[in-house]
Structure formats: C-alpha cells, structure tokens
Design a protein around this ligand. Sequence first.
Ligand SMILES: Nc1ncnc2c1ncn2[C@@H]1O[C@H](COP(=O)(O)OP(=O)(O)OP(=O)(O)O)[C@@H](O)[C@H]1O
Length: 799
Amino acid sequence: MSLTRHDATWNEEEQRLRRVARLVKTRIDEVSRLADQRLETAIDTNRDFWSDITVNMNNPDDIMETYTSINQQSMVMVTQERDLLHAEDTLRQLVRLHDTPYFGRIDFQERGFPETERIYIGTSSFFDEASQQYWVYDWRAPISNLYYDYPPGPATYQTPGGQIEGTIELKRQYVIRQGELKAMFDTGLAIGDEILQTMLGQSADDRMKSIVATIQKEQNQIIRNDRHQVLIVQGAAGSGKTSVALQRVAYLLYKHRNTLNADNMILFSPNALFNSYVSTVLPELGETNMQQTTYQEYLQFRLGRRYQVEDLYEQMEYRLNAGDDPAYPIRQSSIRFKSSNAFIRLMDRYAKHLEQAGIIFKDIRFQGTILISRQQMSHFFYQIDPSIHLSNRVQLLKEWLLKELKTLAKAERSKPWVKDAIEFLDKEEYQNAFRTMQRKNDQEQLFYDAKQEAFLLGRYVIHQSFRPLRQKIKKLKFIDVAALYRQLFLEETRGLLEAVDGVTLPADWNLICDMTLTQLENGQLAFEDATPMLYLNELIEGFQSYNTVRHVIIDEAQDYSAFQYTFLKRLFPRGKMTLLGDLNQAIYQSDTDAFDRSGESTDAATATGYRHVIELFGEGQTEMIRLTRSYRSTREIVEFTRAMLPGGEAIEPFNRSGQKPVVQQAPDTDGLAAGVLADLHALRAESIASIAILTKTAEESRLVYERLSSAISVTLISKNDHSFQKGVLIMPAYLAKGLEFDAVIVWDASRHQYDKESERKLFYTACTRAMHQLHIFYTGQLTRFISALDAHTYEHVEP
Ligand SMILES: Nc1ncnc2c1ncn2[C@@H]1O[C@H](COP(=O)(O)OP(=O)(O)OP(=O)(O)O)[C@@H](O)[C@H]1O
C-alpha cells in the first residue's frame, strides 16, 4: 500500500529522516576533521622523514641503527596512511548514508520482550554514541534477514547466540533520494512489488545497479548461503544471477570481515565489457571490488607468450561461420572430446606413462653447442627413484642442471671468447662488474693485481652470459611441453590411450589428431587445446595454485567445460565456489548432454547439466538452487522468449507489462536496413537511450555498422572493447551475454541465419537482453524458433 504526504506517519518518518541526516552530518564533520588532521600529519611525516633519521654508516652498529630507524619511520608512515584511508572510507560511507540512509523498516516484536523494536535497514549500519542507538542496521546484519525473508506475521532469524522468534508487525519500504523522502509503501509481502515495479521499469544504465533494497526471498537464500563448498545457481535469463552474485560477495565480506577481504575473492566473468559493466556495484555497497578476470585472460597470461592462443570468441565465430565446411564436424567432435572428463583421464594416464619414459627435454645450448643434452637429462631424470612424484623429480633435475651449469661455467674461464668479451665491456658494464666484485669480496681484497682483475672480470662475463640459461632452467624451460602435448596425437601414442579404462576414443580420433597436429605446427593453440596443454604442463611441473583465494565466483558457469572445472578446482584448492549459470544460454557448451537436456528446466535436467561439477566436488559438498522468476524483461517478452525453450513454461515473468515483441519482415537486406533505421528513429523519439542491435557474427556487425553509421550515430562493439556508454550499440549476440538494454533489435532472424539446434540458445540469449522492447527483423523465411511459437505472443509486421 502506497502512503502519501497526507498520511499521519509521513510526517513522523520525515522527522526521523531529518534527525538521522543531522546525526550523520555531525559525524561527517567529525570524521572530516579527523581525516584532515591525519592528512596533515601524514604530509608532515613525509616531509620530515629524513630529518627524523640520523644516517650513520661508519660501522656495522651504526648501519644497523640507521636501518632500524628508517624502518621505524616507515612503519609510522604506513600506519598513518592506513588510518587516513580508513577515515576516507568511513567518510565515503557516511556521505552515502546521508544521501540514502535506509530503504526499509520492520517493526519486530521479539517473543518475551514487551516492546516492539523498529529496525531501519540500509546499506551500512549507523550507531550513535550519544543516544546509544542503532539508527540504521546494515542489510547484512542477522536481524535484516527478517526484512527479506518474511511478510508481516510470525518470523525468526538466526544469530550467533541462537534462533530469535517473534512477530513482524509492520513492513515498510522507502524511496529516499538526496535525503528526501520520495515515496513510502507498507507491504504485506516479503518484498513489496511496487518498488520493484518502479526499479524494473527504469531505463537501462551503462553500469549495473545494486538490488539491495529489493532482494527477493529466493535470491536472499543464495546471497546468505554459506554452508556448502560449491553453490550452483541455475537461473533463468534475467533472474538476477549476476546481481545476486555481487550482493553475495558484499555479504561474505561483511560476515567474515575479520578473516576475509576483497583480495581473497575472485570473479570470473564472460568478458572485459561485462567486468566494466558490473564494476560499480560493490563500491556502491561500500565494499572494495574483488579481483575480476576472465578465463581467457588467465590462459593468455600462462600461455600467451609462447602461443597464439585462440579465444572463445574466435572459436565461436568459427562455429557460426563454418556452414558446410567439411572440417566442421571434426572440429566439433574435437572440441567435445577435449572438453570432457574422458580427456582428463587420458591426460592423467599419459602423465603416469611419462613417469616411466617419454618426457621430451630440450638441449641446453650455449653459443651454438650443446652443453647438456636432452639424453643426459633423460638419463638423470629416469634414474631418480620412480616413487618420487613427477613434479618433484623435475625439481631435482632442475637443481642438478643448475649445479652442472656452474661446473660448465667454470670450464669456460680459459676460453678465448671470455677474454674478447672483457675487452668489449663498455664503461657501464665495467662499473657494473666492479660493483658486483665489490659486493662479493671483502673491502681489503679490492686491491687487485692485473691477473686477479682479469680473473674476476672473466667470472663476471661468464656469469652474465650464462644468466639466460639459468633463468630458463629455473623456469623449467628444459621440458618441451608443447612437444609432449603434440606427442599425444601421434599414431604411436594411440595404443596407450586406447588402453585407458572407461574411455573410448571418438570414432574420428585420427582426423582429430591430424587437425590438432596441423594447428600446433602452425603455432596456433585452439581454445579447446589451451586448458589441456596447461593441465599437462602442471601435471609435469606441479600445479600453480592460488591458496589465498577463498571464494571463486563464476558467472555464465554453463560455458565452462568439465575439463575447465577440473583445472579451476586445482587452481583454487582452498576456494569455495559459487557458480551462476543458465543452461539455456549455453552457447559455447560442447557437452551434448547439457546441450540437449538443459531446456527441460527441471531439477533433474539441471543436475544433468552440471553433473560434471557435482561429480568433481562430490554431491555432499554441492548445493543447487534454481531461480525461475525473470525480472529483466516485461511479461510479454518473457512469455515470447520462454516459449522458444522446451520446458520454458517453468520460467515465470515478473508482473510488469509492456508492448508485445514486434517481428517485422523486410523485402530484402536494403529494406531491412531501412526498417531498422526507421525503428531507431522511433525509439529515439520515445527517448529510449540504450539500444542494442544484435547480429549473429562479428562480421555481420561490421557490415551493419557500415550500412547504418552514415545515417545515424551508432557504435560498433568488438571483443576488445572494455567499456561502453549508452546509445545505439551494434555487436554480435554472444558478446551481449550478461548485459541488458532498454530495447533490443535483432538483425536478421531469417531461417538461413538461425536454424541449427545449436543456434537456438544463441537466439534466445539475444532476445532475452531486452528489458522493455524487442524488435526482430528478417527477410525471406522466419527462423523456426519464432515461426513455431503461438502467433499471439508477438506482433507480426509484413512489408
Ligand atoms: N531483486 C531485484 N530487485 C531489483 N532488480 C532486480 C532484482 N533481481 C534482478 N533484478 C534486475 O533484473 C535484471 C537482470 O538481472 P541480472 O543481470 O543479475 O540477471 P542474470 O540472471 O544474471 O541474467 P542473464 O543470465 O540473462 O544475464 C537487472 O536489471 C537487475 O537489476
């Protein structure tokens, strides 16, 4: 129920609001003064740094004293800086509080207590020392759970001390902007629809918004779920998965604030564009952003220097453009197999085999000659006790190589090249050499004769010349991982692979091998080979892992293969996982099971879609939650899009009405461009600011841009873009994953464009990006994904 200025409580609420604003303002003034003082002190300390220190390097005791004094002074500076940053953070939080102190209230009558307590809920707590009162409770505090989980009536919440029971007597929501009360609703629901209606009806932004004021009960269960090692959220398009993930990060940071900080959390997102889209949510909630990355970025970091690593988008483009390419089915089969658990098993078996024989080493060469041959390495390696783990044996080999290198370096001293190199030392290098000698020798010994100087310079020259070799050895570059990966696809390895229990090689394995070998010979690493190659590398060299990461959040989780999950698990051995995905948007997924059954939208189908994750972490460690309510799009758009999916009726629209999707036929491509242009002008006239024209491929986006850019202002978005503004954007549908727009125009939904079953999800993903309006254009025949729908769900416009 909406309350107005004429309601008696309006005045009362306004007065309270003003009181809170005054208290917050007083605190702002105090903290500002404190921050100013801290800043001044920090500047003074900085300025006086050296004058507060007595530098004396006369003898070791003086040096020690100087060192201690510098150290102490630095510590003072670090502490001051930290205090200053803390004051600035508090100030920012207070300013936010001053603007919007709270968004909700519950009146809670705790059982056994005479008084009803009024709990006001906002993005952070506000406690006033003078009145000894919490004027605002943080939305993450245990008591705030009541607000999200219960309508008025009996309610309970958990505290560290046990369960509290009572009755919610009133539940109220506020819209407060710049300290002004704009609207107020009393609600009989968990979270009233009015405010949500208003929020969802707003125009799209170029940055994602926090949903803190209107979190729904089922979303709250996900945000606060801290029981399992792995939480899988299968949610319909627009059901708030990303929003919930970010709220969850904020919640975990609050709940575990003594042990967890933003650096212990990492978000894997689909692309850099998305990273920038979501980057403001946590700061808006008063938290620091967690680490954000993409899987591709990690692959690039590990393999990018050695290979031209294909990215997921290139793989996608290949699939979309493949048409009747005879190589396409082989590539498909290759992708599917290399993404599977079966391939992991092959790799593990292969690594077992390498424990006995077969590791390919690289000769260590110096000035064109072999210093240590691969045979010598192999001999050393395979005579180490075989019970020692592969990666530990590699370490032993490394140490042996470094020792050998030292001996070999000594043997170089008498060689003529050393003398020549000394002659060619320029002034800078000479000084360098001198300094190095100084460091290595006692002061007294610095009076050399010429012979000794030549000896020391020779040693310096050799040391420098051998440095790249030492580095290579330290980085384990003496193992030829690329050749080892390649070896997997050679005819002679087939026997080994065929003998792996429970794994059947695909029927076209030989063709897959030929294709892979050709790619590798050309220095290209296909996306589907990148993770396996890295996995093999880690099996041999030891797994690199990030032990400080305690929470890993994976958005668009449906796009990761079984292989990638195995790899991620080893990468973050101490990380709990939150996976947020939608099997109906699995546009990259090559696992056929997940592909074919996901549309069924049942618990069983969901479990099938994520079965590799469940198997990997164990059923007892995994919890799965489904979100079926879609908030992004109007009822009409949800009813239209869900009908494209088998079992899609399980997706419920939020009750917000708009226009039916418009499906418009054009006589030809010129007519289609003219239709889109007219549509853009009409949308502009309606002041719709955020519009996306979604094509199937990147090339098509470029062509559309060429057609339209002379007539209207449009921006072409490519995979390399890191951020975007409002306006008319043109991009391939797969790049729009996770994003949303006021209006979406689907460019060319003809049958020849979207027809394969594998394109259904791409088409669905494109259409579900629309919040308020969805306009679909086509020429010739319409895609069967629409023509099969009930004609009442959309408006059909003919030329
Ligand atoms: N509880 C909520 N209150 C207000 N808005 C919400 C709520 N839940 C979701 N939304 C809005 O719905 C839209 C979709 O949310 P979000 O992008 O998080 O969904 P998603 O499940 O990740 O979507 P997709 O998988 O289609 O990318 C956003 O505009 C978000 O702000």
